[in-house]
Design a protein around this ligand. Sequence first.
Ligand code: IVH
Length: 709
Amino acid sequence: MTVTDKIAVGALTRAEAEAELPGLIAAIEAANSAYHTLDAPEISDAEYDALKRRLTEIELRFPDLARADSPTRQVGAPVSEGFGKVAHEVRMLSLENGFSDEDVLDFDARVKSYLGIAEGEVLAYTAEPKIDGLSLSLRYEGGRLVQAATRGDGEVGENVTENARTITDIPQLLQGAPAVLEVRGEVYMSHADFATLNARQAERGEKLFANPRNAAAGSLRQLDARITAARPLRFFAYAWGALSEPLALTQIDAITRLKTLGFQTNPLTELCSGPQDMLAHYRGIEAQRATLGYDIDGVVYKVNDLGLQRRLGFRSTTPRWAIAHKFPAELAWTRLEKIEIQVGRTGALSPVARLSPVTVGGVVVSNATLHNEDYIAGRDSKGQEIRGGKDIREGDWVQVYRAGDVIPKVADVDLSRRSADAVPYVFPQQCPECGSDAIREEGDAVRRCTGGLICPAQAVEKLKHFVSRAAFDIEGLGAKQVEAFYDDGWIREPGDIFHLQRDYGSNSLRQLRKREGWGDKSADKLFAAIDERRRIPLARLIFALGIRHVGETSAALLANHYGSWAEFEAAMTRAQIGEGAEWDELMSIDGVGATLATSVVSSFHQEAERALIDRLITELTIEDAVRHDTSGSPIAGQTVVFTGTLERMTRAEAKARAEQMGAKVAGSVSAKTDLLVAGPGAGSKAKKAAELGIKVIDEDEWLALAGAS
Ligand code: IVH
């Protein structure tokens, strides 16, 4: 009998479930062994997955029937297929964070300066709570909910449509909606529902959730929508993605429109005229925080005029027209048991405080970062006292804080509780992992291991970074596996991952299969997952290389600027630190400074590191950077220079617009320049352009061009 012929798990009695389990487990084990020893599977993958899924469901429904040696409990055992992937038509972005009143004033000033609005003028913003849940994008076509997707990496999320359909706050049908409408918002769980859920989990001996957000995330990402249905999830709508027609002309009206369509919108959303008003509303929301009944972690401000939002546009991962004003971090006192040193992928020796576990803002914290040796000694990077010069010692009572998702930090020390025999912490001068000297270069706050690639800690951390979610994100190859594979000598550097299967042939396959917790299917799945990643977008690859100072944002900047690996690699190979055309071009990228540029160029010139990059590249097919909006752009691929005064667009806006249209913006005119936009007062640049025979246009012509795509 196949699974589909059986009674639905929800309808099974306990006795029926008990009777069914041995047969079900035997069938799964037989399938495993047929696959393993005979290399000849007797049932299809789909049937196998269906069996596993049924077993999981039965065990969820009757937890006490689950056997300790159940096939569902094997680590790394193949689970059912997981969620399908969904590419977001419009990227799902995150928000810039602000922490102080000043940050909010500064945000307002930057917005105005970008738009060329006078400082004294008042700009309207919406202010609303920042809900502490997880974001979800709901796609409606012809008013019907057709797809729900998680944020994922912002470009590609997980398809959780069936689960989203079980959430009462999410309408299935809309009246009078645009033909295509993507509504975005936050899935969350109320405090009361969270408490009830955890009580139920405890009663059944199941895992407790640390906080409502984890509970919401865990509940939404259930492979079985029936489990999601049983969880009390809610949804607030606050934004949108793809649209076939505009919702309104202002943010506040768009939110009202979403409410009229049947969505829950946050009742504390208000229109504010300028920063003082925004800060007043912030205080008002903060005062109500404890009694709202759900978690919020700040207030989000958005430029109200959607026309201005459009002009402001986006940086690589955040909009210029919004900011999250976070609430102050939560604090707690605890004992620092021990200071340990971790070695990172760039060799940085990072001190970590091991703490007596303490609850900070609903989460149990047992580790906190201590930043670097100066921080422990009570100094900042410029040698100025911090914490009144108090140093941090093992055994001290320390104040720990956490803000949002960031790693907890140590804020203060209670000297009155310091024991008489406590001694100042001595920071190691040698790498605790490889014994190489650890040195501090001038101007560097951090002491670094000089072992380079011979340092196993650096190699492993580089590999972990390489497979991490924003990098290669290889399914089944996480930090734990990387460590194990490194210890076994199977992978030493990123390129090795791609010949795991080839180098070791069937032998490795057998070895891998024998590994504890590895089923037959997991090894094959891993190789398939690795192969899938041989095609990789340029930005991800650049980020994955783990070059110091190159984060996700700067990797995206580099990828968008150079467009292809060939261009990027050639430019970095030719570039010299501090001089020449390639250096100037690199430095001309908005967001690239000398530190980052030096670090990237050095990586391409450092022999061992370069060889490692080359070995990796031969394994890959690298996708060119996707330039948004450039189809039909008259200046795609061109190099544009702006000079003189622009009167109807600020320089920053003009530059961002040109880049959005697929052009490169340079600071000076050279033979490579294709177009010079010259406002009044253009001097030597216009002259040079004329000499070189470069096309020169004025602001009106530029506006006509910029409006053209
Ligand atoms: S607006 C393009 N509004 O915060 C901007 N986000 O830290 C889209 N969030 O990923 C986001 N409450 O998951 C917006 N009222 C709110 C929000 C909110 C919570 C989340 C959202 C976003 C994250 C960024």
